[in-house]
Design a protein around this ligand. Structure first.
Ligand SMILES: Cc1ncc(COP(=O)(O)O)c(C=O)c1O
Length: 337
């Protein structure tokens, strides 16, 4: 279901989940985008945090499983910068316990787990078409699911909570029958939002889709070249590469070395290479004011792996037209700071 942003996809997903499954806890990553956690709070859930796995930058799946209990309504996992954050242990445990997995694939279009596209393994999945990502509708997002009830519910949440937004004539009729005092065209089932996009944005997206696979192959090759030429004595090069599909190179120092970090930043600035510190989403979300104010007892430093990426991690743009020679030049710059 097409919406006007990846953040809207997150919000309608969490809102529909709350409407269908009631209140409870949602397990979320500490490295993600703000709207993954904001949507959990806005929908009235309690977020429960886990540290990251340094090789995938996704959630530490062992910690996720240790936190599962009867109050957990979903695991809302983010695939960071093109790396697959899933493993079979997590998938099997969630399936056994009947806990839905929601995948945020906004940063990882086209990445795979055992050959299956990410976003097709969970109960629902969210994508963003913001212009920095693998494909763009200028602004835009999408919610994917195979669950009919969930699909109908997110359709309503996208457009004012209106019952007529559902696809199923039977479902619409059943609700209208319960409200004989209302015009069936204007039954508002939920206090919801307007998060529709437009046909114009959809045309852009359908056009971009035709080039997505080819562009992704180039991006995959580019990351391989980048990590192969980077000095593994200074930087992490042991990321989980199987199925990766990124739009940005991950650059994470091996050691918490502030002098090296400053030299890296200065060298990149002097060479006019754009970068973001903290890797995805501004780093450890627990350090951000929107969470510190709300959850004063949660201590960011209790999550050391994400804190390392927060202070000593970066991402740099990776685009399909980037030539191998220029990637090697970039690595030479980074290896000799
Ligand atoms: C992991 C993740 N989820 C959600 C979003 C939100 O997407 P949008 O910018 O389309 O609202 C982003 C970033 O843009 C993101 O990186």
């Amino acid at each position: 279901m097409f919406v006007n942003s990846g953040s809207s996809a997150n919000l309608v997903t969490m809102s529909a989940l709350r409407a269908l499954r009631g209140p409870g806890k949602i397990i979320v990553p500490t490295l993600t985008w703000v709207s993954d956690i904001a949507s959990v709070l806005q929908a009235g859930f309690e977020p429960v945090f886990v540290d990251i796995d340094p090789r995938t930058l996704g959630m530490n799946t062992r910690q996720v499983v240790d936190l599962l209990d009867d109050d957990v309504k979903a695991v809302f996992l983010t695939h960071i910068l093109g790396y697959n954050a899933l493993d079979d242990f997590l998938l099997e445990t969630l399936a056994q316990r009947g806990i839905p997995l929601i995948e945020d694939v906004c940063e990882s279009h086209g990445a795979t787990h055992r050959g299956r596209k990410l976003g097709s393994l969970g109960y629902a999945s969210n994508f963003s078409f913001y212009y920095a990502h693998h494909m763009s509708t200028i602004e835009g997002g999408i919610v994917c699911t195979n669950d009919e009830e969930f699909y109908e519910t997110v359709r309503m949440f996208r457009a004012h909570g209106m019952v007529r937004e559902m696809k199923s004539a039977e479902r619409k009729k059943a609700i209208a029958a319960k409200h004989p005092d209302l015009n069936p065209d204007f039954i508002f089932a939920y206090p919801a939002y307007n998060m529709r996009s437009t046909e114009i944005n959809a045309v852009l997206g359908r056009n971009q889709l035709q080039r997505l696979d080819e562009n992704n192959r180039r991006r995959q090759r580019n990351l391989e070249i980048f990590l192969k030429h980077l000095d593994s004595r200074l930087y992490r090069t042991d990321f989980a590469m199987e199925g990766q599909c990124n739009y940005a190179f991950t650059l994470v120092l091996n050691q918490p070395d502030e002098a090296l970090r400053d030299r890296v930043q200065n060298a990149l600035r002097s060479a006019k290479v754009e970068f973001r510190r903290g890797a995805s989403g501004g780093g450890n979300q627990l350090r951000q004011p929107y969470l510190r104010q709300r959850l004063p007892k949660v201590r960011p430093e209790d999550y050391p792996q994400v804190d390392h990426v927060h202070f000593y991690g970066f991402y740099l743009g990776n685009y399909p037209a980037l030539e191998p020679g220029r990637i090697q030049q970039l690595c030479a710059l980074l290896n000799h700071v």
